[in-house]
Design a protein around this ligand. Structure first.
Ligand code: KIV
Ligand code: ZN
Length: 432
């Protein structure tokens, strides 16, 4: 076995999150058009970008990272299209990414010329691996790159006084960086940008490659929040990736640990295993009674548009929005669902076994909640007959009908549709 470096957990006796729950939704930033797009086999076409943009706006995202215009001509052109064609609603701010390099920052401001509002997101990488192996710099050199980048961002912004500028800095590879060094470099950026409570800056802390359990990431965030200067003038943002499958958990724990803002993508498209899935985190909040401030009531449309734009299909068991996540095939689950649904009142809190939320909240109907195959029981058959045909069978008929249906499903090795079930009932109980 190859040896891997063990991760040293951070000991923090004064943990900030005594309640162990998130009290309100964080600020969101959707990065589908940048991080999501840069990971695609075939980057989005203009039409696909326009579709994705329209969807993100419709869902209510107020901050949307639209690309890396200094590094990509299509991103540049898309940025110009948004600005020149007045596509940006007055409550939405576009964000663009740029490396902390002078010529790239100049080009970025060219791309943003004429925008009413924008967030310029500048980054450089800070972990020991990146410092020594990629950039061949010591800590002072890496701080210098960040400071000069921040300075250039400020200078360029002054040349465009009619735009409301906001600034964001990411110490890329934050989660692999010593927290005290991340604080030091971010403090250097704070010193350049001099934020105030009325004009806050964003410090975005990425788990560029997720390499620890989510509690360790949350410890890093908590420690960072405790030591960054001018905490009241800084928005702490997190940007998690899903290498260990925990990007959502890491973002949630990070919010409990003090983060104000979360970056991610719809359905989690992004580099390697993807970015933090905005839909899952928003729905996790919703299912605990917290308004996510994102409109997810047309889930099927979201799934459709995202796969049209990314050319990546959504797994049928994707949390909350997969095609099969509100469907029961097995007899005992069907029976429990049917019994709970029969007593569920319109305005009382949702309390149905095996259904964590009311599928109607996502625009789904109850039709697909119960589907019948060879594993199903009498409850499932009874449910379909009640829902689709208004037919309430006595118990003895339910038992007989479900036995026939089950054996037919076994013989045919297939799911029984509502019409198949009706046919069996008709033949069994209403012979010509
Ligand atoms: O994952 C990452 O570190 C990034 C940064 C550029 C924010 O995408
Ligand atoms: Zn990323």
């Amino acid at each position: 076995h190859r040896k891997y470096r063990p991760f040293t957990p951070i000991h923090n006796p004064n943990r900030r999150w005594p309640n162990n729950r998130i009290e309100s939704a964080p600020q969101w930033c959707a990065v589908d058009l940048r991080d999501g797009n840069q990971a695609l086999i075939e980057p989005m076409t203009v039409t696909q970008k326009q579709k994705m943009w329209a969807l993100l706006v419709k869902l209510g995202f107020k901050e949307i990272e639209i690309g890396f215009p200094a590094a990509s001509q299509p991103d540049y052109d898309f940025c110009r299209w948004l600005i020149e064609e007045n596509q940006i609603p007055s409550d939405v701010t576009i964000q663009v990414l740029v490396q902390a390099r002078e010529e790239l920052i100049e080009r970025t401001y060219e791309a943003l010329c004429g925008a009413e509002r924008a967030i310029v997101h500048v980054y450089n990488s800070t972990s020991p691996t990146q410092r020594t192996k990629v950039f061949n710099q010591n800590k002072a050199g890496i701080i210098d790159i960040a400071r000069k980048g921040a300075q250039k961002v400020l200078e360029e912004s002054r040349k465009h006084p009619n735009t409301q500028w906001r600034f964001q800095y990411s110490p890329e590879s934050f989660s692999g960086t010593e927290v005290d060094f991340a604080v030091e470099i971010c403090n250097a950026v704070v010193d350049v940008w001099k934020p105030t409570q009325d004009h806050k800056i964003i410090l975005n802390l990425p788990a560029t490659v997720e390499s620890s359990t989510p509690n360790v990431f949350a410890d890093q965030i908590e420690l960072f929040c405790d030591h960054i200067q001018q905490r009241d003038s800084v928005i702490i943002s997190v940007h998690t990736h899903n290498d260990r499958g925990c990007a959502v958990a890491a973002a949630e724990l990070a919010v409990m640990a003090g983060a104000d803002r979360v970056e991610g993508t719809l359905m989690g498209n992004g580099e390697r295993t993807g970015n933090m899935d905005l839909v899952t985190m928003a729905m996790n909040l919703y299912s605990q009674g917290i308004d996510p401030n994102i409109h997810l009531q047309h889930a099927d449309e979201i799934v459709r548009v995202v796969s049209e734009c990314t050319q990546i299909a959504t797994h049928p068991r994707h949390p909350w929005v997969g095609e099969l996540v509100y469907t029961a095939f097995s007899g005992s689950h069907q029976d429990a669902i049917r019994k709970c649904m029969a007593v569920q009142k319109e305005n009382s809190p949702w309390d149905v076994a095996y259904l964590p939320i009311d599928p109607k909240d996502l625009g789904r109907d109850y039709q697909s909640v119960i589907r019948v195959n060879s594993q199903s029981g009498k409850g499932g058959v009874a449910y379909i007959l009640e829902q689709d045909y208004g037919l309430h069978l006595p118990r003895w008929m339910q038992i007989e009908a479900s036995q026939v249906i089950q054996s037919q499903a076994e013989t045919l090795s297939k799911e029984m549709s509502s019409t198949d079930i009706w046919e069996v009932i008709r033949k069994q109980f209403m012979p010509d």
